[in-house]
Design a protein around this ligand. Structure first.
Ligand code: HEM
Length: 480
């Protein structure tokens, strides 16, 4: 039978083309509620690589751990870059394909081709000051995260010393947004309106489109300001490392940073909080925390529940056997870290319940295109979670862990909300000679942290005027 993808459509070992395999829709209600069942069904039916329908467009989903590594580690055989997509070049991808807008923004995550190497090197250089533990900028970042976390916790505490809160809306989502603002070098809280637009874009609601336009305009203005007057911030470092970037290109990279930071780091934090509170199959986590093992907990969380569940597409450079199929040159291939982690080849090697978990997982990617911001993201999440468990003497889930609401997109999976009952820890008395840095924000002695974390905070009056702050204040609930 002739495929709608033309004569050159992909051919399976049994001679079937990609479209002729009658790909199952991936993004079903089952995918939303129990994605692991969907992956297992596909694995049973097709093996390590399955044809799927992504909102009307066929693609290969890589479910096998070995096959995922094979793709991720060979960028020449499986390059990114939408220009490599045969069906798109043939005009067979509908113009109104819902995934089009997120894939058609040509930034470092999506890009292939000759410009990529230079851009990636610039990203690594621009992130270095924030990730190198000995660098003053990395210390400032840590101090900033601590101060922002304390501000948010203090705000939640305005609902009372004990109460209920949604730690997703009131902590895990805003904290990385504030960090993104710091990385981008927005002066004070001036960027807040734009940052809140990022939420509208990520939530893909009815106002997503105008929000995206406003956001890109603001980022272009920011890019122009940094070109004119460089500072000690990510856009200025990126420009210094890649002076050839146009303002438009720089704005796209800033958009990418904002999206990754505000969504994925928040997901990681919420998931870690749930793991710590519920123990999720492992009773020893709270004790581990005091032993300084937040990062190890996070490594297990990121492996069990990767924030980025399916990676953006790569394309076969030539006809290549993968799993039980032959993937034809130009066919799109989506690696699923979530499915690969459930592959018995990987899952059977992860000792359940062990506090030391495997580092061989794919949650940060693999090969040359793996996440360049792993250290930064882990630090932000670890500091944030650490502050929560220090400032709250009790945190309990307000819903059973298996009833927490999830939100899924083709790319990510995270909690929609994280309702908790809390009790704030008593504020230790301060000595008369040493006035408190912030009346309700006791701070642990961290030899690496900037002693004056408040220096990174905007003036209180500016904070209260900011739209983000007004929004967060509106969420305060008295739980008595
Ligand atoms: C918990 C948070 C994060 C997770 C789980 C995560 C995960 C990942 C993964 C799996 C990839 C590889 C995707 C692929 O191979 O297609 C990736 C790439 C990337 N990530 Fe992250 N990331 C996180 C946070 C961040 C942050 C905060 C930034 C920016 C500051 C960032 C910047 C990037 C960039 C630029 C790439 C593209 C690298 C390339 O293609 O060369 N990520 N990330």
């Amino acid at each position: 039978m002739e495929s709608q993808w033309g004569e050159s459509g992909s051919v399976g070992v049994d001679g079937t083309r990609l479209a002729d395999t009658a790909p199952e829709p991936l993004l079903t209600r089952d995918y939303e509620t129990r994605p692991s069942l969907v992956y297992e069904r596909l694995r049973q039916r097709h093996g390590a690589v399955a044809p799927v329908d992504l909102l009307g467009v066929p693609a290969w989903l890589v479910l096998g751990y070995r096959e995922a590594l094979q793709v991720l580690q060979d960028d020449d055989a499986w390059p990114k870059g939408l220009e490599n997509w045969r069906a798109r070049s043939a005009g067979e991808v509908p113009a109104d394909w819902p995934l089009g807008p997120s894939l058609e923004v040509n930034h470092v995550l999506i890009q292939g081709g000759s410009g990529y190497g230079r851009l990636r090197t610039a990203w690594d250089a621009a992130l270095k000051p924030f990730q190198d533990p000995g660098h003053p900028q990395a210390k400032r970042l840590k101090a900033a995260v601590t101060a922002y976390a304390d501000e948010l916790i203090t705000l939640i505490g305005q609902g009372g010393g004990t109460g209920v809160a949604d730690l997703s809306a009131q902590f895990s989502r805003p904290l990385p947004l504030m960090v993104a603002s710091h990385l981008l070098g927005f002066p004070g809280s001036q960027g807040d309106d734009a940052l809140m637009d990022m939420w509208r874009v990520l939530d893909a609601g009815p106002d997503a489109e105008p929000a995206l336009e406003r956001l890109l305009a603001t980022l272009a203005e920011l890019a122009a300001a940094k070109l004119d007057k460089p500072g000690d911030d990510f856009p200025s470092h990126l420009l210094a490392a890649h002076p050839g970037l146009s303002l438009d290109e720089l704005a796209r990279e800033l958009f990418m940073l904002l999206g990754m930071t505000s969504d994925h780091v928040g997901i990681l934090m919420s998931n870690t909080v749930v793991e710590v509170i519920s123990g999720d199959g492992d009773g020893g986590v709270r004790a581990s925390l005091s032993a300084g093992m937040i990062r190890e907990t996070m490594n297990r969380v990121v492996m069990r529940k990767p924030p980025l569940v399916n990676f953006v597409p790569r394309f076969a450079a030539r006809d290549t056997p993968l799993g039980n199929y032959t993937i034809r040159a130009g066919d799109p291939v989506w690696v699923s870290s979530a499915a690969a982690h459930a592959d018995p080849l990987f899952a059977d090697h992860v000792a359940a319940g062990s506090t030391i978990s495997t580092r061989a997982h794919l949650s940060w990617g693999a090969g040359r295109r793996q996440c360049p911001a792993r250290e930064l993201a882990s630090t932000v999440a670890a500091v944030g979670v650490g502050r929560l468990f220090e400032r709250f003497s009790h945190l309990d889930l307000a819903l059973p862990a298996d009833q927490l609401p999830w939100r899924s997109s083709p790319f990510m999976r995270g909690l929609r909300s994280l309702p908790v009952r809390y009790e704030l820890a008593p504020v230790p008395r301060q000595s008369a000679e040493q006035p408190p840095a912030s009346a309700s924000a006791p701070r642990t002695a961290d030899p690496d942290a900037d002693p004056d974390a408040e220096a990174v905070l905007p003036a209180p009056a500016a904070r209260q005027r900011s739209s983000l702050w007004r929004y967060l204040t509106g969420l305060i609930r008295s739980g008595r």
